[in-house]
Design a binder for this molecule. Structure first.
Ligand code: ACO
Length: 374
């Protein structure tokens, strides 16, 4: 039996930090509200494209695994942040890495994109079609956030991490998984302004508006991730006490607390990044995984549980058996160029451009188009 072992890992976090106080300079919000409702204190804002973050994270993951880009058979780009819809983003990563032999595909299931990508690459390795793959979880939400909407603008951040998977005869990597989608709740989180609905219809692409029913998503997320975790543990015959570390999607500290309480696992065995990075959508789980390794919280042979949910509402829970090695074989010197703006300056630059775009497209056009597509 062939398995897909995780042999390399690397993250790429943009250095610019956006604090709750920064958000309060242009939104009717405050640090106390954001911390008490979400657990978030700050998040990152990227000055480079999602592909650039992905290339740095992938180079670091490859060095960690002791592989060259030329060894890759597959690149999976898990994200809902794309520079353009066509061509796909994985091909942009491939050309910059120089991974000439690799196939390249995007997976977009919103916040679960990394984990759905992990499932896809694992399955391709198990069939023998692929031996070496890199799976990326990345999000660049800065350009399409509706920065005038305090319900969503305080929740998200940018970031990226990647893992290398290699065919192995040892029982490692994803050993059990539950994937699902609560499609009747797909309207609870929707970003209007991107996609074919808006193309060539006199609507300025990028003038986004977010439909977001936070309380409904909260309830569905707690129930969905809790059920998926219970299902995957039962299917694998694993007790909650056997889980060494939970590496969950990080949309809200209270959601994580509720899910692990339902699952019967104490918070001491949960990896948290939500305070420092907010919700980075597809990047949250891989970044938390990389930081857990950096902090020595993943021991050889550890059993990890990774529950997540995202727009759709997609959900999943993965059981991952770690291998013997918990330290990198080598490190990469890949780095992002330094930013020349603060996080708040980056956000304000987008806010200023959006106002300009609305003026250029004329008042009411977006509203009219939105009414048509309800
Ligand atoms: N600052 C101050 N006040 C705010 C803010 C803000 N940023 N946002 C909302 N409020 C106000 C609301 O307007 C409301 O005021 P009102 O009572 O006068 O109407 C009040 O705060 C309470 O709002 P609630 O929605 O009841 O707050 P709640 O405790 O439910 O927390 C939250 C809201 C944090 C969004 C929560 O519902 C949540 O985390 N939901 C799920 C998270 C989520 O959906 N994340 C993204 C999922 S997608 C993904 O990960 C893919």
């Amino acid at each position: 039996m062939t398995y897909a072992a995780i042999t390399g890992w690397g993250k790429c976090m943009p250095p610019s930090v956006l604090t709750n106080a920064d958000l309060a300079t242009f939104l009717d919000t405050d640090d106390e509200w954001i911390v008490s409702r979400t657990g978030m204190r700050e998040r990152r804002v990227s000055h480079v494209s999602a592909i650039e973050m992905s290339v740095v994270a992938a180079r670091r993951a490859l060095a960690c695994a002791g592989l060259d880009a030329g060894d890759l058979d597959l690149i999976v780009y898990g994200s809902c942040s794309n520079d353009e819809q066509v061509p796909n983003s994985a091909s942009g990563v491939q050309v910059r890495l120089g991974a000439a032999r690799a196939a390249a595909m995007d997976v977009n299931t919103a916040c679960t994109s990394f984990l759905y990508g992990l499932s896809s690459a694992t399955a391709l390795i198990r069939t023998g079609a692929v031996r070496n793959a890199v799976v990326i979880g990345v999000e660049l939400i800065l350009p399409y956030m509706d920065w005038s909407n305090r319900n969503v603008a305080v929740l998200f951040g940018d970031g990226c991490a990647a893992v290398v998977l290699q065919a192995s005869e040892r029982e490692e990597g994803v050993v059990a998984q539950k994937l699902g989608c609560i499609a009747d709740a797909r309207q609870t989180l929707r970003v209007r302004g991107m996609g074919c609905t808006y193309a060539n219809r006199n609507v300025m692409l990028g003038d986004t508006q977010w439909d977001f029913d936070g309380q409904e998503i909260f309830k569905r997320a707690v129930h969905g991730m809790g059920q998926a975790s219970a299902d995957v543990l039962a299917a694998a015959g694993v007790a909650p006490a056997d889980i060494d570390l939970v590496v969950p999607h990080q949309a809200n500290l209270r959601i994580i607390e509720s899910v692990v309480k339902r699952t019967g696992i104490p918070m001491e065995r949960v990896m948290l990044t939500v305070q420092r990075y907010g919700n980075m959508s597809a990047a949250t789980v891989p970044v938390a995984l990389v930081e857990a390794l950096e902090e020595g919280r993943v021991q050889p042979g550890a059993l990890l549980l990774m529950p997540a949910f995202g727009a759709g509402l997609t959900l999943c829970s993965h059981l991952v058996r770690w291998g013997e090695r918990v330290t990198p074989l080598a490190t990469s010197d890949a780095e992002l160029p330094p930013p020349d703006k603060t996080a708040l300056e980056l956000v304000n630059a987008i806010r200023a451009q959006k106002v300009g775009a609305q003026e250029r497209s004329g008042p009411g056009l977006m509203a009219a188009r939105l009414a048509e597509t309800m």
